[in-house]
Design a protein around this ligand. Sequence first.
Ligand code: ADP
Length: 499
Amino acid sequence: MIENLRMSNVAQSQNLIQNMPTAVYTTDIDGILTFYNEWAAELWGCHPEVNNPKENRFCGSSKVFTLDGVPLQPNEYPMARALRKREPIHNEEVIIQRPDESRVVVSVNINPLFENGVFSGAVNVLQDITAQKKIEKSAWHRAAIVKSSDDAIVSKTLDGIITSWNRGAERTFGYTELEMLGESILKLIPPERHNEEDQIIEQIVSGEKIDHFETIRVTKEGKRIPVSLTISPVKNNEGEIIGASKIARDITDQVKTRNELKNLNKKLKKYIDYKNDFIGMASHELKTPITVIKSNLQLLNLKTKSENIRTMIQKTLNNVDKLTTLVIDMLDISKAESGKLQLNYGKFNLVSLLKENIQNMQAVRSSHHIIFEDNNIEEIYLNADKERISQVFINLLTNAIKYSPQSGKVKVKINNRKDEAIIRVTDFGIGIPKDQFSNIFSRFYRVEDLDPTYSGLGIGLFISKDIIERHKGKIWVESELDKGSTFYVKLPTNLSSEH
Ligand code: ADP
């Protein structure tokens, strides 16, 4: 009867433990499992047999490690030690591994059991603390990062009272943590910038982050240093903003480099200006003697009766023309580079201008027939710089002839669309490789491996592009190697357009 009563007491307490929301197991004095609840089975990831000396002893899991990951022998398990010493073990933390190799961190609480005053084993209450450990670990990591960061990381209340101060802050501002905790942040702000703090707090209170705000702060020695600040609101568990965390980076070196770069840029610009001025002046000076040579040659041409001399003069005149183009190009490039290429706007008929240019070109270039397709359009009025538009067109015609020595024709076509005119100049010459379509509009660029017999400096298209773009137009090319090229110029015909 007494035996029955005792049995039912044991059953009752086991039932109670079974339903406890924590993992519990018991062993006899040899560490053989005598009981465990479902929570313990879940932690171990298995259901070992109770009262079986062949099962794992001291714990339901076969692998137990220290927190550092060092494997423990069964006789080193906390339960084995508690049984040996017959003493409780409280809050010891170990890692246990499940059969599927996943690991959990548990806190162990062991108490010896006595039956009728006789030592009979021990009970172990396990608590899964894996999540808590992870949080602790990441918090620890974060704290370690903040602590060792080179950047000054400071937190403060909304009243500007400093609540944390890392080593980076110590290095940047010279104050120790002890000197600054509880102090006002205003200690770091130059007096004339104190209102900055109010603005910062205003922004922080409205939940905004401040990114890379460049300002000046004062060190312990009174030295003013440029810093870049990133400030974020700090919230409590309820989500209320209770302060701000500040990362301050000393940007003395950056500011120095920036200033040096600025100065270098200024110097470079000055040199480029000198160079442009020189080219501008030199080409201007060249223009006068060339004009004199040209007019004298023309005069000689009229006076001479000798056919031979006339041929020689004509050849010389052609070369003088080439020289003139080069000098004008050089003058223009120096103007374009220094933004001094002036445009004189006026209203004119683009169709007439093209016809006129073609006629003039045809008169001196008999090698090619220039075919003009006007699409029955007699008038397209532009508000533009007539001389400059003419210069672009002559450049395109000259190139079309120059780069198609084997062909005898060049085609010019004009179209009028809504608010724009499109001019095409097509040749049937050497063509341009596709990967260099945009390069040819750069300064001094000539197509790679171009036969050196094609004279030129790679300036004309650069200037043409500058002129067209300043008229709010566009210039581009389509071409196929050994078949020819078409240059397109699109110009707005809206006369009231603002220039
Ligand atoms: P230049 O003709 O004096 O070299 P441009 O600026 O007018 O200078 O032209 C730049 C380069 O583009 C030329 O050197 C040439 O390689 C290429 N190019 C221009 N027009 C043509 C064309 N119609 N056909 C083939 N290549 C051309």
